[in-house]
Design a protein around this ligand. Structure first.
Ligand code: ADP
Length: 460
């Protein structure tokens, strides 16, 4: 996965984000509800104090007194004034701070004093005998603020902590839940590399992922069976066709040498003979491929000399090279050895050189080189022929694929499939670079420490 965010990270992100939003919303709601409730309590407290004070004022021989001891604390205060505003009594520590605040009957107001905020309430005019009075009560917000500031601290620590826990927990849950999917991906990667016998480990049989695993395994078993059937069919069909084509070819060859044939008849028989030869080539190539895929092709790894193979190829191709006036240069160092199957490597180089001649231009050049590079044998075949169109490059190793069928009738579209199979059998890889009109370069990389490829019947 390149730039895209992984599912595990997405799940962790959304889980953490959701936990953060829910926790923050819950804390904010709790904060505002607490503030609202505390405000209500304070208002009730102020109203109650006001009622208590008013109820206790009495006229004792023309003097205003209180029936009982007036309850005064550091968090509340009250004043009794005459109608004109002149003060009759005041109780509390910081009583002068509200002098400048105008009277507003029965309206709660938040006022800033020297020792913090206060909730202020003025009563309506009260009549005690011939006295007309007004009572003003104030209660401090100190406790209210203490509770809210404690809540704020709790939330400032709690929300990030919850988010961190959600991040860790979410990551662990996502990782654990996606573990079976990782196993499925790993198995699918092995299968995509060619091993159809691979199965996904069925460790989660009870849940949806278990069902998915079972279904995929069943599908793989069916695909493998179909694939094996298809390979057997190709192999059996090729085998069965070998004899009839050989018979057809033998009869055609004997007919051509019969005296008294017209020129047209000669031409027709030549065409049949050419097609028989082509069909024999296809059949033999198909047999090589299917036997190789079924692991029935005998492979013998030994120390081989590439320079001598190169010479034998030059000899084998002499006729075709001469007919096109082409030059084949073999720049393989003397005594160049490698661990490989002699006949397969010969076949591989022969296919590549045949193509270079077939698609090469008249008087063209073919260069074969080999070097040892970081634990690999690198064999390169370069020609200055027609080149391969860019859009055809990804397909040239496919069976029966031919980039330009009009260029050569003798091709089968199987040569490069065989080359690729041989390279894979030697644990290597093949790379092609080509430009129309300039030429083509095939590079084969074969590990010096040879690791045989998996030749099980499930491989493709
Ligand atoms: P074919 O029998 O048609 O040559 P191959 O499998 O050997 O089949 O090659 C597949 C196709 O790749 C060919 O049809 C041809 O179009 C292209 N090709 C292979 N080698 C060369 C080359 N050296 N130069 C140009 N085209 C090539």
């Amino acid at each position: 996965m390149k730039n895209a965010m992984r599912l595990r990270d997405k799940m962790t992100f959304w889980y953490t984000a959701l936990t953060f939003v829910i926790t923050a919303a819950f804390c904010a709601a709790l904060y505002f509800i607490t503030s609202y409730v505390l405000e209500g309590i304070l208002e009730r407290e102020v109203r109650l104090s006001m009622e208590q004070v008013i109820a206790q004022i009495e006229n004792e021989n023309g003097m205003l007194t209180f029936e009982n001891e007036v309850p005064v604390s550091s968090t509340s205060m009250f004043f009794v004034t005459e109608e004109n505003g002149s003060e009759l009594a005041s109780y509390g520590e910081d009583i002068t701070v509200f002098d400048h605040v105008p009277v507003e009957e029965n309206v709660f107001r938040k006022v800033k004093g020297e020792t913090g905020e206060w909730l202020l309430l003025d009563s309506e005019l009260v009549h005690v005998d011939h006295f007309t009075l007004r009572v003003r009560v104030a209660a401090s917000y100190a406790l209210h603020h203490q509770v809210l500031s404690a809540l704020r601290i709790l939330f400032l620590i709690g929300v990030p902590l919850m988010t961190l826990i959600a991040l860790g927990g979410g990551f662990a849950i996502a990782k654990h839940s996606l573990l079976p999917i990782r196993k499925i991906i790993n198995s699918a990667e092995i299968i995509s590399q060619g091993d159809l016998s691979e199965r996904i480990p069925a460790a989660y049989a009870k849940d949806e992922l278990g069902e998915l695993t079972d279904t995929l395994n069943l599908m793989l078993a069916n695909v493998e069976a179909a694939f094996v059937r298809e390979k057997r069919f190709t192999s059996d069909a090729s085998h069965e066709l070998r004899t009839p084509v050989a018979v057809m070819r033998a009869y055609t060859e004997s007919l051509i040498s019969e005296p008294g044939l017209t020129a047209d008849q000669q031409d027709s028989l030549q065409t049949i003979l050419a097609e028989c030869t082509r069909m024999q080539k296809i059949i033999s190539q198909l047999l090589t491929i299917t036997r190789g895929q079924e692991g029935r092709y005998p492979i013998c790894i030994e120390t081989i000399r590439l320079d001598t193979i190169c010479e034998s190829i030059a000899d084998a191709m002499m006729e075709q090279l001469t007919s096109k006036d082409m030059c084949f240069e073999c720049a393989v160092p003397h005594d160049f050895t490698m661990e490989a199957d002699q006949s397969l490597i010969t076949q591989m180089l022969l296919n590549l050189v045949e193509n270079a001649v077939k698609y090469g231009k008249h008087s063209g050049k073919i260069l074969l080189t080999a070097v040892k590079d970081g634990g690999q044998n690198v064999i390169t075949l370069r020609d200055n022929g027609a080149g391969i169109p860019k859009e055809a490059l990804p397909h040239i190793f496919d069976r029966f694929y031919r980039a330009d069928t009009s260029r050569d009738r003798s091709g089968t579209g199987l040569g490069l499939s065989i080359v690729q199979w041989i390279v894979q059998e030697h644990g290597g890889r093949i790379h092609v670079e080509s430009e129309i009109g300039t030429g083509t370069t095939f590079s084969v990389f074969i590990p010096a420490a040879f690791a045989p490829a998996d030749r099980s019947i499930g491989s493709y």
